[in-house]
Design a protein around this ligand. Structure first.
Ligand code: GDP
Ligand code: ZN
Length: 316
């Protein structure tokens, strides 16, 4: 008997997939119809974790009788990784994300703000709401009170949420677990910041296996199996990315960059000239906001750095 349905891709391992009718969690195997494979030529994977797909099944589904993915529904958003080689292929890491947690630590390892700002811009470009998770606060809260306060001022001022966590003391973990509920969440962070520890603290059943994977690995053909969605027992779904290297490269035109700094976007309408690069123009509302302390100099500097780089940048 032929049945059809709609489900979400929770695992992508080469040509084999696991689908699940979220928010329920009973993953079942599926394969792809030949025709879809050809459709999206530029991407190495036409179907990504998080994709909503239509499938058909010819009787009960099991390993020997997988369902067939017949159509990929339009994506609300997605993040891609472009390969660095000349093939110009791109790889969709995940689709239909509700939020991205960018895990950083003020120290051990020390976060570089321009680097974080580029990640935030990447999230803005992809249309994925970003939350900053400041982990390991047990290690530097006392010693770096001022910097910690500055950090909150800079990023909350720009419009981002900043959650403080410590896997060691357990603080902030309940709040993070609560925050994951009912959402498909991407976790991203430089290796060593405690990303895997955090995921395990949220749900001890989860054993993220993605550790420190070299960039060379990511260039290979078998990258697809790296991405997987996990269900949090208390609710919500987590997609782990193997370090920030996997998380994007966006090419922006110079005059687009400011749009992805939310605090700049808010005032840019008031610039005297349009377009305005917000660097030297008279009557620039952004520069005025920096002078008046409404936009942080750190964020503005990151913007200038990106302008100099011609908007093309690579993480990692
Ligand atoms: P990942 O590479 O981002 O997945 O980082 P891991 O989860 O492997 O953690 C890296 C190291 O930092 C490990 O030795 C953890 O025990 C340690 N760590 C993680 N979170 C915390 C924290 O909140 N406080 C302290 N003091 N150490 C932490
Ligand atoms: Zn301006």
């Amino acid at each position: 008997m032929l049945s059809t349905g709609t489900a979400t891709v929770v695992k992508n391992a080469g040509s084999h997939y696991l689908l699940s009718a979220l928010p329920a969690w009973e993953p079942f195997p599926a394969v792809l119809k030949g025709r879809i494979r050809l459709k999206e030529g530029g991407s190495t994977n036409p179907v990504a974790v998080g994709d909503r797909v239509e499938y058909t099944a010819d009787g009960p589904v099991d390993e020997q009788h997988p369902a067939t993915i017949s159509r990929v529904l339009d994506r609300r958003n997605y993040i891609i990784r472009k390969s660095t080689n000349l093939s110009r292929q791109s790889h969709v890491i995940a689709a239909n994300l509700d939020k991205a947690y960018l895990v950083v630590t003020l120290f051990f390892p020390e976060v570089k703000l321009p680097f974080l700002d580029r990640l935030l811009v990447t999230c803005e470009v992809y249309g994925v709401p970003a939350t900053i998770v400041l982990n390991k606060v047990d290690l530097y809260r006392e010693e770096a009170q001022e910097y910690l306060a500055d950090f909150h001022r800079i990023y909350e001022g720009a419009g981002y949420r900043v959650l403080e966590t410590s896997v060691k003391t357990g603080e902030g973990i309940d709040a993070l677990r609560e925050d994951c509920k009912g959402a498909v969440c991407l976790f991203s962070g430089e290796s060593g910041v405690g990303k895997s520890s955090l995921i395990r603290a949220i749900d001890p059943h989860l054993q993220p296996k993605v550790g420190d994977i070299s960039l060379a690995h990511l260039q290979g053909r078998h990258t697809t199996s790296l991405y997987e969605m996990y269900r949090v027992q208390t609710g919500g779904f987590i997609i782990d990315t193997p370090g920030l290297r996997g998380f994007g490269l966006v090419d922006l035109e110079k005059d687009e960059i400011a749009k992805y700094f939310p605090e700049m976007l808010r005032v840019a309408d008031d610039c005297r000239f349009a377009p305005c690069t917000h660097t030297h123009e008279p009557g620039c509302a952004v520069k005025q906001a920096v002078e008046e302390g409404r936009i942080s100099p750190e964020r503005y500097n990151s913007y200038l750095g990106m302008l100099e780089d011609d908007g093309k940048f690579r993480q990692g």
